[in-house]
Design a protein around this ligand. Structure first.
Ligand code: H2B
Length: 97
């Protein structure tokens, strides 16, 4: 899928449709909290499959039941792109269980 930088207005609109996401240090940022370490890791594995499929990979870290995520597009010079929004949506979908 083609990746392109989002214009400020497109990003603002996308943010209104994404719950718990914000722009922090130029990246789409969210911290997820799960019921357990196993749930956090299980979610990360399910996201990893999708990320590889769309060839767009998150910057993230896990501490026990929390996963902190930063999404940015390296190939475009570290800007927020359509693929960052796409991955954020998939992450939220996969967390609804
Ligand atoms: N992930 C992210 N977050 N940004 C990118 O620009 C990117 C990526 N580019 N995953 C992909 C891989 C690129 O390096 C490969 C060669 O398609």
């Amino acid at each position: 899928m083609a990746r392109y930088k989002l214009e400020a207005q497109e990003l603002a609109t996308a943010l209104t449709e994404l719950s718990g996401w914000e722009v922090r240090d130029g990246k789409l940022h969210k911290t997820y909290k799960f019921g357990s370490f196993a749930q956090a890791i299980g979610w990360m594995v399910s996201v990893a499959v999708v990320a590889d499929k769309i060839d767009h990979h998150p910057e993230w870290s896990n501490v026990y039941n929390r996963v902190t995520v930063n999404l940015v597009t390296h190939d475009l010079g570290n800007v927020i792109s359509n693929l960052d929004v796409e991955l954020a949506r998939k992450m939220d979908e996969l967390a609804q269980v």
